[in-house]
Design a binder for this molecule. Structure first.
Ligand code: ADP
Ligand code: MG
Length: 291
């Protein structure tokens, strides 16, 4: 099947993100469609990744379901109404429209990525002091809760908990932090049982008109998380089964990480598609049905 990089559904489009398209659906609902677009360093690539949107959406549904005992989420239904195109099946959900919190929150269990860069420079990750001598892939004594701004344009910026509290208020921050740590712990333990290490992951929360705070967007997917195979990790090797694979490839190019994006070679596109399908199967224990 050809990758889907844009949709036109004849419904009011309220937001077009890097990956998702959000259509108004009734008064207080959104039809959230995950396309096959991929971005890195906040630049969207021209090539779509076959099945990616469906993998992200179906995997998020899996996790939304599994984490309901920790926190409620925005899903209303994963079934598509009959009057919508069938290609949406598996890649779209109907969700409650929420007011997204103005921060994003990352939980990091292991030192890597931008955290590693920060640590090498400052001995800290997002302002949190850490033991000396840590190296790429080392586990933190405790998972770190590291908020960032949610930029409309351009890059998110890491902020301290004090700054985050100034943006959303201390009470909401305390709630979100507690839930994030529980969600990470749950995901980490679950994935260990599947032979995967959850190195870090990003969550987004939204507020309902009732004031209830719920989990929105996507959860514990290869776009929002880093996962490493445990057997390789035990041998001292960090193998990326997620979007980090693309970032690693891009580091080999002479590209300044600003628009326009370089063309992604066919084999890179195929490898990412296979990584995402593979990780879906590892996590859910079910074959991803590619039609
Ligand atoms: N239930 C919801 N209500 C309102 N906004 C949502 C909901 N779920 C997700 N969103 C927002 O919709 C957008 C999803 O599109 P995405 O492509 O992931 O955007 P981004 O480029 O910001 O990553 C995000 O801005 C996210 O915060
Ligand atoms: Mg997003």
């Amino acid at each position: 099947m050809e990758p889907i990089t844009k949709t036109e559904l004849g419904l009011p489009l309220i937001h077009k993100g890097k990956v998702r398209e959000m259509y108004q659906y009734g008064e207080d609902k959104i039809l959230m469609v995950a396309t096959d677009r991929i971005s890195a360093f906040d630049v969207v690539f021209n090539e779509g990744i076959p099945y990616k949107g469906a993998v992200l959406s179906t995997l998020s549904n899996f996790w939304f379901d599994k984490t309901q005992h920790i926190i409620a989420n925005h899903i209303i239904t994963t079934e598509m109404p009959e009057n919508l195109p069938t290609y949406l099946e598996g890649r779209a959900v109907i969700v409650t429209k929420a007011k997204p919190l103005k921060i994003e929150v990352i939980v990091r269990g292991y030192l890597t990525g931008s955290g590693l860069k920060d640590y090498k420079k400052t001995g800290m990750v997002c302002g949190i002091k850490l033991p000396e001598g840590m190296k790429d892939g080392d586990k933190f004594p405790e998972p770190l809760f590291t908020p960032s701004t949610k930029a409309q344009e351009g890059h998110d910026r890491n902020i301290t908990e004090v700054e985050a509290a100034e943006i959303i208020g201390q009470e909401k921050l305390d709630f979100v932090k507690k839930k994030c740590i529980e969600l990470y712990a749950f995901g980490h333990e679950y994935l260990l049982s599947k032979g995967l290490i959850l190195a870090d992951t990003k969550f987004e929360f939204g507020e309902l008109p009732s004031g209830e705070m719920v989990l929105i967007d996507e959860v514990l997917t290869p776009d929002s998380s880093r996962y490493w195979p445990m057997d390789k990790y035990a041998q001292g090797e960090l193998v990326s089964l997620d979007k980090q694979y693309l970032r690693n490839y891009l580091e080999t190019l002479d590209w300044d990480k600003t628009y326009p994006p370089p063309k992604l070679p066919k084999d890179v596109v195929e490898n990412i598609s296979n990584l995402y399908l593979g990780v879906y199967e590892k996590i859910t224990g079910e074959k991803f049905l590619t039609k």
